[in-house]
Structure formats: structure tokens, C-alpha cells
Ligand binder design. Structure first.
Ligand code: ADP
Ligand code: ZN
Ligand code: ZN
Length: 743
């Protein structure tokens, strides 16, 4: 028999099946999905591959498979094949997402060793006791160790040495004389360890929750691949619905995967699940785990010990044994789409899995992704609504402040009079405040007032951001940094101004205006350390902090009962993105921010400062009116042919030599054009243009934009055209379907 094998590589030209002979000893055990060692190429270098198919025979000579390393399932391989087509990447790159963390077999073996720990125990208790009584053992130190071990069964070698105040040599001697034995044991590094959480009981559902629960529960009973949208304002009790559905899956002895945005994956959030189900059955997967922790969590799932998987995007590939339920919370969140190859969308993968395993998929959001809500309107997804806050708390009152009027009044500070007063009064009442800014750093950019020169990154053609702490201008794309200039390099003027507002600047201003207040800043710069995110939230939660200043990450799903004021300093910053979703993103973020205030008994207040008070996204977010927003926005999308009415495909070409980049781009463009004409395919092809950021890290970037209804015919067409260009040297080609980032 012959096995068809995919080589584990991201080299585009090797994305095909290679035939290998199956030696006799493997004939009866080899399966689709097996990871195998194989000789490859001229020198028969040992490579890793994956069995994707079998043939009876083939008419040329084939090499032998060396051995089987481990196995994935046939379903994994099917999914990888589908993904490779859908997202224009190698099958192997998709399979990698499903392998145990740490890819190579060598690494796995090394890691297994690392987490082996030495334990000590008595060989034969009776003999030891007799020997001690008969004074056969004289050394005081040895006696101390034996005494200690008689009271403790198995114990860490390091603990024995420390607690008996002896040395490794002493223990070794005892081992040599046969009294004790030292042995290796595997320990699990558990990211959830040392969590003490008060158990929680399930709540009595409201009518709306009950209905939502029943609909999904029925689909679970019937093994249906139905898709649901749980649409409910923040605090409407979506999580409680998830909890009880997961409980149902557990009683069916099935596994649940719940995805949450990476930055919502806080201890606070995970604790709600631990409180309900205990820590044993839960595995958490996210990028901040150490490789070892991820590896252990992976095996905990693979061995069926963890039945509830909570994680960010890539947790959709968790090796569950018996899938019963898929949940994606905050389904509108852009982090579900990967921006790295494979550029998959976890929501689409979830839809695929739902069909593959006949399990329901539940999407939840207060501000659903427009295409999702569109599907719900067309009844392709069942809409389940929670219209009220579950604990009877009121939605906060929202006020919009026009910053243009503030300027006219002569107020040049970043706080309007209203916001200033509200912060003051909150401090007096000892209630907490969140100030939200969609930007990190100190100032966005620095500019010459006389000639308008702005400092840009020399590698990326994008404005540099000023970071005050280091007194540096930094590029957020490539990491380039330089000292801020004192004189303008263009005109020599010394009239340099720092424009814009960053979280650091807000913190500084607050310290000046409210010296009695304790503040804390939370943005990507302050949370890069492993647990700092957690610590900041914990401190804030425990009410040691009056004012929390932060970017996006302060607004995601947290529940702070004592927060009664939320101030949005500049609602406009997300409106100015070069992206057709600018309005949608502004609406989402403002609704989320507003949802942080007044979540329990204390009533909440939100103040939104803006230069565009008439903008529809800002106005409707202030009313928490998703449906009106949807209605206006969907009309625009239809007119302008944006998703969900059309898909957007961006073919990006980049390289160091601008002429070569242009040349390849043009070639691709021409060929697609030819194909469209020949095959009469309905597809809008735009001309080759430089990308909005036309240079990153010295790589010139050009792009071709296509609008169409994405389908297998178009997939094949693009694949065929691009295949010819993959071999061009020093040129990178990337394809992104409905990308997050249009830049
Ligand atoms: P969401 O996930 O929609 O933001 P949560 O599930 O976090 O909402 O619920 C918000 C608050 O309401 C929580 O404190 C939760 O304990 C409470 N809650 C949820 N469902 C109920 C219920 N049926 N009865 C009473 N309180 C509830
Ligand atoms: Zn100048
Ligand atoms: Zn740069």
C-alpha cells in the first residue's frame, strides 16, 4: 500500500501529496492523520509528514515511511484541507494548529524530560523501622531523612533535603544502601493552580434566558448543526446561559469549547466557570501560557480529563474527544480572525466543525457583527434575544459632549467641564471611574507647526508615536525608534508641537487636576508582563484605585460593581480609520464602554466627548440602539457592495524592490482579468495600487482588491493565477479574505 503524505513545511511549492510506501510492520496500524517520519529529497533528509490518503499502488518507485510519531484524526485532516483552500495556505500550516504545542517530536521528548521531577519514598517500611530500632543506621542525618519519610509517603527530593536540613549526598547514600528509592515522576503545570473560588449555584432563568436555553438544548439533544445568535445587552445574562448549556453538555458526557476574545480571558471571567464546575474539568488556552502550560492543557483535553475548554481564537482546534457544544462569546470581536498565516476566521472554522460533528454553535454579542445579524434577519441563524439586564440594574444614562463647544468656551484641556465635574463628584462619593481612550502612548505624533512636517518611520512610512517615559519616537509596526527632534528637518523651525492624546498624557493630567486620586493605566505597554493585566484588574476590583485609564482592554466584559462613571475622552479616534467598518467599530466600542458603568445597584453614567456629535454611530451607541444602527449601516453596505453583500479579497504583494513588486502585481492583475473575461465570472477587480501603508520594514507593498461573492470557482481561479508567481524570488504574496486590517 501507498500513503499520500503532506510534508510539514510552509514552502508554497511543496503543498502537494507525496507518495510513500508503507512497510509491512505499519500496514495494519497506519491511519489517515498519522504524523510520520519520512526520508525526503535528494539527501533523504528526515522530515515530518502527515498521512492524508491511501492508494492501492503507484507506478513509480517510492521510499518507505520510517515510523509513526503520533496521530491526529481523520476529521482534523479534512478540516485542514478545507482551510488550506479557503485561506490560501499549505495544508501542513493548518495541521500545525491542531498538533500538541511545540511542533517537532524532538522538542516534545525534551519537554517531557523537563517536567520530570524527582520524588523520594521508603522502599520497605518494616525493614526501615527495624533497622532504626536495631541501631543499624548511625548517621544522624540519615536517621532524620528516614524519620521524615516514614511520616510522609512520597515527597519531592528537593523538599526532603530542605525540610530535614540534609544534602543530596545523604539521600543518595540511603538509596545506595537500599533503604529508599528516588524516582522520576511527571508533574502537571497547571495554569489554574492555586485558585480558591467559592462554588456557585445555577441561577433561576428569566423567561428570555429560559427560551434561549431551551432552543439550544433541543439542538444538542437532536445532534443538530444549528447556529444561534444570542443577542443581549451587556449584563443581560448571556454568560449564565452559556454556563447552563455547558452543564447540559457535561451531563451528556460531551465537551464544550467556548471562545472569548483574548483580552477578555481574565481570571475574573474564568473564575465564574471554575465556581460552577470546579477546576478539574476546565482547560484554559491562551497566548500568555508558557509552552509547558499549553502542552499540559492540551493533553488534559486530549485525554478527556478537561471537558470545558475556554480559550482565545486557537482554542477552536483543541483536541476534544467528544464535541457537544460550541460557543463564541463577543462574536463581533476582530481577534477571531487571524492576521498571520493561516489567516483563518475562527468563526468560520466553528461553523465547519458544527457541521462536521453535528453540534450547535452559539454566538453571543451585545453588538453583533453586521453580517451575523444580517444572517439572523434572513433566518439562516436563529435569533435569541435578551432585552433586559438580568439583575434588574438599569442601563446607564449617556451624555454626549461636543468638544467644539468646549473649544469655543476656551477650554483647551482634554476634559470637558461636564466630565471634570463628574470625576470630581465620583471621587467624593468614593465610587470608581473608568476613562477610555482608543490610543496608547503619550502623544500620537509630533508635527512642525510652521511647515506641517510630521516625523515618520523611515522603514514604514507611518507616523511615529511619542513615548514620554523613554522620550522616544517609536514605530508601532516595526519597532524602529529615534529621539524626538528639536528642530524641523524640513524647514529648521523650532516650533515643534506634540499632537494628540495618549493614555500616558491622560494619567499625567489627572494627577495634576485631581492630586488626591489614585490612578492606574492599562494599555498594551503596561500589560505585556505575564500577570500584569490580571494584577491591574484585581487591584481595581478591590477598589484600591479611583480612576482606571485605559485603551480597548478596559472595556471588555469586565464586571466592576463600583464603577459608576465612564468617560470616553475622544470618541472620534476610531472614526478616522481607513476602513469600511469604522462606524461599526465605533458603535461597538462605545456600546461596550458604556456597558461597564452601573452594573449593579449603583446607577451608571457615561460621558462621551466628541468632535462629531451628529455621527450616527456615536448617537445610536449613546442610546444603546443596535437595531437602528444596523438598519442604517446595512443600507450603506448594500449600496457600496461591502460584506455581507460582497466579500473582499486583498492580494498583497511585497518586496524590497519596488519595480519588481509592481511588475508581479501587474502580472497577477492581468491574468485575473483574462480569466474573468474567458470564464465570464462575476467579480469586481480593482487596479493595482500601493497599500495605504505602502512600506513596512523597508518592504514595499502593493495590492489588488477584489469584490465578489467568494466561492470555490473564485478560489480555484485565484489559486491558479497565484501559483505561477509563488516561485518568483524575493517577493511575498499574501491573500486575505475579508481582512480585519485594511491597511
Ligand atoms: P452578560 O454575559 O450578558 O454580560 P452576565 O451573565 O454576566 O451577563 O450577567 C450579568 C449579571 O446578572 C451577573 O452578575 C449575573 O450573575 C446576573 N444574572 C444573570 N442571570 C441572572 C438571573 N437569571 N437571575 C439573577 N441574576 C442573574
Ligand atoms: Zn518645518
Ligand atoms: Zn516602522
Amino acid at each position: 500500500m501507498i500513503a499520500q503524505v503532506i510534508i510539514n513545511t510552509n514552502v508554497k511549492t511543496l503543498n502537494k501529496y507525496f507518495s510513500y510506501h508503507i512497510p509491512e510492520n505499519l500496514e495494519n496500524i497506519i491511519q489517515i492523520g498519522d504524523r510520520v517520519s519520512i526520508p525526503f529529497g535528494k539527501g533523504d533528509k528526515i522530515e515530518e509528514g502527515f498521512v492524508v490518503d491511501f492508494l492501492e499502488n503507484c507506478n513509480f518507485e517510492t521510499k518507505d515511511i520510517i515510523r509513526i510519531v503520533d496521530s491526529l484524526s481523520q476529521e482534523n485532516i479534512e478540516l485542514a484541507k478545507w482551510m488550506a483552500k479557503q485561506y490560501f495556505c499549505n495544508i501542513a500550516e493548518c495541521i500545525k494548529l491542531m498538533l500538541p504545542p511545540g511542533t517537532t517530536t524532538k522538542k516534545i521528548e525534551k519537554r517531557m524530560k523537563e517536567k520530570m521531577v524527582h520524588f523520594v519514598k521508603i522502599q520497605n517500611e518494616q525493614e526501615v523501622i527495624e533497622a532504626m530500632q536495631n541501631k543499624k543506621i548511625k548517621s544522624q542525618k540519615q536517621l532524620r531523612v528516614l524519620e521524615f519519610l516514614l511520616h510522609n509517603q512520597e515527597i519531592l527530593l528537593s523538599d526532603v533535603i530542605q525540610l530535614t536540613d540534609t544534602s543530596k549526598a545523604v539521600v543518595k547514600t540511603l538509596e545506595k544502601n537500599g533503604w529508599i528509592c528516588i524516582f522520576e515522576k511527571q508533574v502537571e503545570r497547571n495554569a489554574l493552580a492555586q485558585k480558591k473560588v467559592k462554588p456557585s449555584k445555577k441561577l433561576v432563568f428569566t423567561k428570555e434566558q429560559e427560551y434561549a436555553y431551551q432552543e439550544v438544548a433541543e439542538a444538542m439533544d437532536d445532534n443538530m448543526d444549528a447556529e444561534f445568535l444570542l443577542f443581549g445587552v451587556t449584563g443581560s445574562g448571556k454568560t449564565e446561559v452559556y454556563l447552563q448549556l455547558i452543564e447540559k453538555a457535561l451531563t451528556q458526557e460531551k465537551d464544550s469549547i467556548m471562545l472569548v476574545p483574548e483580552i477578555s480571558l481574565t481570571p475574573q471571567m474564568v473564575n465564574r466557570f471554575i465556581a460552577r464546575f470546579g477546576e478539574e474539568k476546565i482547560a484554559v488556552l491562551h497566548s500568555k501560557l508558557s509552552l509547558g502550560e499549553r502542552y499540559d492543557a492540551w493533553y488534559k483535553i486530549k485525554q478527556g480529563r478537561a471537558k470545558i475548554i475556554i480559550g482565545a481564537r486557537s482554542a477552536i482546534f483543541a483536541p476534544v474527544q467528544n464535541l457537544g457544544l460550541l460557543i463564541i462569546d463577543e462574536e463581533h470581536d476582530s481577534s477571531y480572525k487571524s492576521e498571520m498565516t493561516p489567516k483563518y476566521d475562527a468563526k468560520e472554522v466553528a461553523q465547519y466543525l458544527s457541521k462536521q460533528f453535528h453540534v450547535p454553535l452559539l454566538l453571543g454579542s451585545a453588538t453583533p457583527d453586521l453580517p451575523t445579524f444580517y444572517q439572523a434577519q434572513k433566518e439562516q441563524i436563529e435569533l435569541l434575544e435578551l432585552t433586559k439586564r438580568a439583575n434588574e440594574s438599569q442601563l446607564p444614562t449617556v451624555e454626549i459632549v461636543d468638544l467644539r463647544e468646549e473649544l469655543a468656551k476656551g477650554n483647551r484641556s482634554m476634559f470637558s467641564e461636564k466630565l471634570h465635574q463628574a470625576i470630581q463628584s465620583n471621587l467624593e462619593k468614593k465610587q470608581q471611574t473608568i476613562l477610555f481612550l482608543n490610543r496608547r502612548g503619550y502623544s500620537t505624533f509630533i508635527m512642525c507647526r510652521d511647515c506641517g512636517y510630521t516625523a515618520k518611520c523611515k522603514n514604514c512610512n507611518i507616523s511615529l508615536t511619542y513615548h514620554r517615559k523613554e522620550n522616544m519616537l517609536k514605530c508601532h509596526y516595526c519597532g524602529y525608534e529615534q529621539k524626538p527632534m528639536k528642530t524641523c528637518p524640513e524647514c529648521g523651525s523650532q516650533n515643534i508641537r506634540y499632537f494628540g492624546t495618549g493614555t500616558q498624557k491622560v494619567e499625567e493630567q489627572i494627577a495634576k487636576l485631581f492630586p488626591q486620586a489614585t490612578t492606574m493605566r492599562m494599555d498594551i505597554d503596561t500589560v505585556t508582563k505575564k500577570n500584569s493585566h490580571e494584577e491591574i484588574l484585581k487591584k481595581f476590583q478591590e477598589e484600591q484605585i479611583d480612576i482606571l485609564i485605559g485603551t480597548q482592554m478596559v472595556v471588555k466584559g469586565h464586571h466592576f460593581p463600583n464603577v459608576t462613571l465612564v468617560g470616553v475622552l475622544a470618541a472620534d479616534s476610531s472614526l478616522n480609520m481607513e476602513d469600511y467598518r469604522a462606524n461599526e467599530k465605533t458603535f461597538q466600542i462605545l456600546t461596550q464602554v458604556a456597558g461597564r458603568a452601573g452594573r449593579e445597584q449603583l446607577p451608571g453614567k457615561v460621558i462621551i466627548q466628541t468632535y462629531n456629535p451628529d455621527n450616527i454611530a456615536i448617537e445610536l451607541a449613546s442610546k444603546q440602539d443596535y437595531k437602528s444602527f444596523y438598519d442604517t449601516e446595512i443600507t450603506i453596505r448594500k449600496q457600496l457592495k461591502y460584506p455581507p453583500f460582497c466579500d473582499i479579497i486583498i492580494i498583497g504583494v511585497s518586496g524590497l524592490k519596488v519595480t519588481k513588486v509592481q511588475e508581479v502585481s501587474q502580472k497577477i492583475h492581468q491574468e485575473i482579468k483574462q480569466q474573468i473575461l474567458q470564464n465570464k465570472i462575476g467579480l469586481l477587480l480593482y487596479p493595482v495600487v500601493p497599500a495605504p501603508i505602502d512600506k513596512i520594514n523597508n518592504q514595499y507593498r502593493y495590492r489588488i482588491l477584489i469584490k465578489c461573492l467568494y466561492n470555490p470557482t473564485i478560489q480555484d481561479l485565484i489559486q491558479k493565477v497565484l501559483e505561477k508567481q509563488y516561485t518568483v524570488k524575493d517577493i511575498r504574496i499574501s491573500i486575505d479574505v475579508n481582512p480585519n486590517n485594511m491597511m
